[in-house]
Structure formats: C-alpha cells, structure tokens
Design a protein around this ligand. Structure first.
Ligand code: NAP
Length: 421
C-alpha cells in the first residue's frame, strides 16, 4: 500500500510504495516533467520488477496554482511537502510584483532547505566547453538560507536607506560610500551556525562517498567578517569535530610556520596516504578559472549562497550547460528535500516538446539515491549517458554535435527507457 516517507531516529524510512509530491513547473515544466516521470517509473519497474513503485502526488505551485486559486505558493502545498519529506519540481516562473521574490527561494526558506547540492560531471559524448571535460567530477554544496539572498535590501532614497547613511556616519564609515545620495543598500548575513551546518553536509558527503577533498570557496580577502569568517569557522570546526579524518590547510600553515615548508608538505603527503580528507580553500574568482583549467583538483565544494549560484551554472556550462545540470535542496537534519531542474522555465519553448529533460531526470537520479534506491538511480544515469554517447539528443546538444539525431523532449525520454531492457 502506498505510504508517506517518514523519519525515525534521524533516518529516512522509505516504504516500497512511497507517495512523492511533485510540482510540474511552469513554461517547459510540463514537457520535461512528462518525460522524466515516464523515465523514473520505467527505471523503478525495470529495477525492482514491481516490488517498488512510486505513487506520484501533484501539488500546485507557480502559474498553474495562480491560475487556479490566485495563490502562487499555497499553504497546502507547503504542508504536503513538509509531511512527505521528499519532493521533486520543475522550474517555476518568478512572480512579478507582490510579496514573493522567487518561489524557489520561498520554498527553500519555508522548509529551511539549507544545502543546495549540485553535482557537476561530464557525460561521455556531451558537447563541452572545455578541453578535458572527463576531468570534471565535483559536487557543489551551496548555503541556501543566508547571504544577500536573505532579501534585506533598502532602495535608494528610502527612509531606511537614509537611516543607514546616518548610522554609517555615526560609525565613521560614511566616507566609504562613494555616492551616498543615490546608494541602495543590501545586507549580507553569514552566521556560524549557517556556515557550519552547510560545511557538515559537504564533509559528510565527502566521507560517505570516499571523496578526497573539500574546498571552501570564498571572497574572505574582501569580505572579512562574512566570507572570511565562513572560512575561519569551517576550518576550526573540521579540526574540532572530525579530528583524524581530515587534514586542513590551516594545519598545513601552522606546521609551515613552526617547522618549515618541507615538514608541512610531508604532513600533507602522509595525510593523503592515510586516506584523510584534505580541507582546503580558494578565493572564488581564482576558483572560477581553475575549474576550467585544472578541474581535477576539485572534489567537494562548500560555499555561500551567491558564490554558489554563479559557480554552479558556470561549472555546469563547462560540461554541457544547464539543460543537463541537476540539483537538490536539502535539510540533512530534518530530512526534508526537494529535487529540482536547475534551469528556468524557458517560456519560448513551452509546449513545443523540444527541450532537454536531463536536468530534471538527473535530479530524479539524486532523489532515488537519497531514498536509498541506488540501483534505479544508476540505471537511469547509465541509460542517459548511453543515449548521449549514441548522439540521440535534443536540440541543445544537436546544434553542437556532428551527425547527431535530433530528438524531441519526449523521444529523448523514450530513448533512455529503451536502454533499460
Ligand atoms: P531559462 O528559463 O533557464 O532559459 C534560458 C535559456 O537556457 C533557454 O533559452 C535555453 O537556451 C536554455 N535552457 C533552459 N532550459 C533548458 C533545457 N531544459 N534544455 C535546453 N536548453 C535549456 O532562463 P530565463 O529565460 O532567464 O528564465 C525564465 C524564467 O525562469 C524566469 O521567470 C526566471 O525567474 C525563472 N527561473 C526559474 C528557475 C527555477 O525554477 N529553478 C531558475 C532560473 C530561472 P537557448 O535558447 O540558447 O537554447
């Protein structure tokens, strides 16, 4: 009998027939979701021969919801996502005007989905922007609840903006605001708790998946008390809580200071041989060029909200673009998770059965892995790679490949399904 996923003693309990809420999404959402749902169901059936089956439950959000009930994000949808723990969604239109800045941000906030997880890897045959895309295989953890995404902004000329100018004068900081009269202001909260819970998610992932390093990506050289503290807190936390499992560049620096560079190099080499996870850091702008030039130096990434937004799209572009980039928003403490296509609603392609459904299909792969249904997840990933390798692709890849067969969105889904048998 179909049942809800539950949490017991901090662990996800997944019945054989879990009820999973889905949001179809706006624009191209219905096209990609239709293809994805067929692929997921076929993979589960092929893998478990009827012993497991997903019971899909549609919940409303976005344009579909607004057109029906004049509500962009109904409380009922939130309640269903809360009580079912795991959900999946297509892209959503950003409402213009009104109280909601972005439905995605609202969903993350309401369920406190603090970790945005974006795996970035190359699928054989995918047209890529870099020379050696096979070297790209990392998982990016982006903090999802803080930073300038907190939405605290004050418009130029407003009473609040004028009060900030007064406050800056009081703090002797006013000379740092070049054109005070016309300046708008934004606030960037970065907390110790927020930084550490995100870092824990990244490091635990690295431990569970035998990854070699976690890189803290930051602009702490400029934003010393926000991004700089993100680095400081997470390095200290790694040493205090994970002890022997990790070797940090902060430790390396201390050894170098006390005993010299050779001792520091020897300590790091031993840590690698002992199978410890190396915790290192890099400035965000340097990281952006290094993922193109030396991507194999990166494994698991931990970063803040705005950096993570830029980095994940840029990294995805290096290995095939946002049409194939999956994502998840997870609260590892409560168990709540929403898996999602990372691209937008691409309205000009809506209803044309044209676009690449891989982003939402690969998000489903993440969802199945999260549920512990790894065999079904692997079979989808394998079949999708095979379809691309055989050059049977949607328009976005077709235009970049020689001698490829152009498939519609639904046909690409069929192509994946055909590889299961
Ligand atoms: P977009 O919808 O992501 O589309 C930009 C371009 O990306 C498309 O024109 C297309 O490029 C390519 N693309 C996107 N999805 C694709 C797919 N599945 N297959 C192949 N190519 C794909 O970005 P946008 O036009 O800036 O945003 C439109 C709306 O989506 C806005 O309302 C925005 O707020 C919203 N949005 C939602 C989410 C979300 O729900 N997660 C994320 C971002 C944006 P080509 O035309 O070059 O082929």
């Amino acid at each position: 009998m179909a049942d809800k996923i539950q949490i017991k003693d901090g662990k996800l309990i997944v019945p054989d027939q879990p009820i999973i809420p889905f949001i179809e999404g706006d624009g191209i959402g219905p096209d990609i979701w239709a293809a994805a749902q067929r692929v997921i169901d076929a993979a589960v059936e092929h893998t478990y021969h009827g012993a497991r089956k997903i019971e899909w439950l549609e919940v409303l959000c976005g344009e579909k919801s607004f057109n029906k009930n004049e509500e962009w994000l109904p409380e009922e949808t939130l309640e269903t996502l809360r009580s079912h723990y795991v959900g999946i969604k297509g892209p959503l239109t950003t409402p213009i005007g009104g109280g909601i800045r972005s439905l995605n941000v609202a969903l993350r906030k309401e369920l406190d989905l603090y970790a945005c997880v974006r795996p970035v890897r190359w699928f054989r045959g995918t047209p890529a922007a870099i020379l050696n895309p096979q070297r790209v295989d990392f998982v990016l953890f982006r903090e999802n609840t803080e930073d300038v995404y907190a939405g605290i902004e004050f418009e130029n000329g407003s009473d609040e903006a004028n009060k900030i100018i007064e406050l800056m004068t009081e703090f002797n900081q006013s000379d740092k605001i070049r054109f005070p009269e016309s300046s708008s202001f934004g606030i960037k909260p970065i907390s110790k708790e927020g930084s550490i819970r995100l870092f824990d998610a990244a490091l635990n992932y690295a431990i569970d998946n035998n990854r070699k390093s976690v890189t803290i990506v930051h602009k702490g050289n400029i934003m010393k008390f926000t991004e700089g503290y993100f680095k400081k807190w997470t390095y200290a936390h790694a040493e205090e809580q994970y002890g022997d499992k990790v070797f940090t560049w902060a430790q390396y620096d201390r050894i170098q200071e006390e005993k010299g560079i050779e001792a520091a190099n020897a300590a790091q080499k031993k840590a690698i041989l002992d199978g410890k996870i190396i915790i290192k850091d890099v400035i965000a702008d340097a990281f952006l060029q290094q993922i193109l030039l030396r991507p194999n130096e990166y494994d698991v990434i931990a970063t803040m909200n705005l950096n993570g937004d830029y980095l994940s799209d840029s990294a995805a572009a290096a290995v095939g673009g946002i049409g194939i980039a999956p994502g998840a928003n997870i609260n590892y403490k409560s168990g709540h998770a929403i898996f999602e296509a990372t691209h937008g609603t691409a309205p000009k392609y809506a209803g044309l059965d044209k676009v690449n459904p891989s982003s939402v299909i690969l998000s489903a792969v993440m969802m199945l892995s999260y549920m512990g249904w790894k065999e079904a997840a692997n079979s989808i990933e394998y079949a999708l790679e095979k379809a691309i390798f055989n050059k049977k692709v949607t328009y976005d890849f077709h235009r970049l490949m020689d001698n490829a067969t152009l498939l519609k969105c639904s046909e690409f889904g069929d192509e994946i399904i055909s590889k299961f048998s």
